[in-house]
Design a protein around this ligand. Structure first.
Ligand SMILES: [Zn+2]
Ligand SMILES: [Zn+2]
Length: 302
């Protein structure tokens, strides 16, 4: 199965302009500003920091966890984020795009629809930070769970991720190793018997669903926190590519200027090794290809 149909636009004009001006074409399509509950910097500050790192395309994607719509006043916050991006775009030293990180969209479809109907959205990230009725994986005490409980928790995660993929209203599926971020961080307290391979059939279904629907997978470098998680990201990238996946977005998931573009060198190498030739970014919800060979060498990218 191929995703070729979605890859019609190659941004040649843009890359020529960037080459002429001596700017390397780099993208970072997952970043947070002060409009995210855990963000602290304005859109302008984040965009300026990205430009300093010679990033050419920068997408701000503030959190919109729809299960906390009222508590986080997302009905005001997300339109405010989009407005701030639009305003900053006029003087931005790079291509500044307007996105949103839609968390748990299936947990409140009515609110999700309100967000998707907002004008000016370039990019929608589909995320799963917590299972229905559960707390964010960030807060979980994995040490307290039995091996069986841990297995069922992760099986639920993959199942809900598949439901999210099947829902199909986003552009890219974010950080699929998200719960492992926190599971592996607690390693050392206990030997976990959880084997990610146990979930390969579900992971495969998720990738096949993305490929069939011409939706992208995200390479999220905030997931590169432990060697185990790096290895799992590599494995999933190869699995997705092996099944015919071609649409891959890059995101550092930066919440502060210093994290923008972080891990890009490793991510780039990983994507190349898995057989990808392009990243894509989204403008007006359409994918735009960025050839990997236009990126800087890994020594200068970090
Ligand atoms: Zn996230
Ligand atoms: Zn994020």
């Amino acid at each position: 199965m191929k995703q070729k149909g979605a890859l019609k636009i190659i941004d040649r004009v843009f890359s020529r302009r960037f080459q002429r001006e001596g700017i390397q074409l780099k993208i970072d399509c997952h970043n947070h500003s002060v409009f995210s509950f855990d963000g602290s910097c304005s859109v302008e500050e984040m965009a300026a920091a990205a430009a300093k790192k010679r990033i050419g395309v920068f997408t701000v994607t503030d959190h919109c966890d729809v299960n906390e719509y009222a508590e986080q006043r997302l009905g005001e916050r997300i339109p405010a984020s989009l407005k701030a991006i639009r305003t900053a775009r006029e003087h931005a030293p790079l291509r500044l795009l307007a996105g949103v990180e839609l968390g748990q969209p299936l947990q409140d479809i009515a609110r999700t629809e309100e967000i998707l109907a907002l004008p000016g959205l370039d990019f929608v990230i589909g995320s799963l930070h917590n299972l229905a009725g559960e707390q964010d994986f960030y807060w979980m005490d994995y040490v307290a769970l039995s091996d069986d409980e841990l297995f069922f928790l992760f099986r639920r995660y993959y199942t809900e991720l598949l439901e999210l993929a099947e829902w199909n209203r986003f552009d890219t599926l974010a950080h699929i190793t998200y719960p492992y971020r926190y599971l592996y961080a607690q390693k050392g307290k206990r030997e976990f018997l959880l084997r990610p391979e146990s979930f390969d059939p579900l992971a495969e279904q998720i990738f096949l669903t993305l490929i069939r629907n011409q939706k992208a997978l995200e390479l999220n470098t905030a997931s590169f926190r432990t060697m185990e998680e790096v290895a799992l990201n590599r494995r999933y990238l190869e699995m997705y590519r092996g099944l015919g996946g071609e649409l891959l977005t890059f995101g550092s998931d930066a919440h502060t200027p210093d994290r923008i573009g972080a891990g890009a060198g490793m991510g780039l190498e990983m994507a190349r090794e898995a057989g990808f030739t392009h990243f894509v970014y989204y403008e007006k919800r359409n994918p735009v290809q960025v050839p990997l060979d236009q990126w800087e060498d890994r020594e200068t990218i970090e």
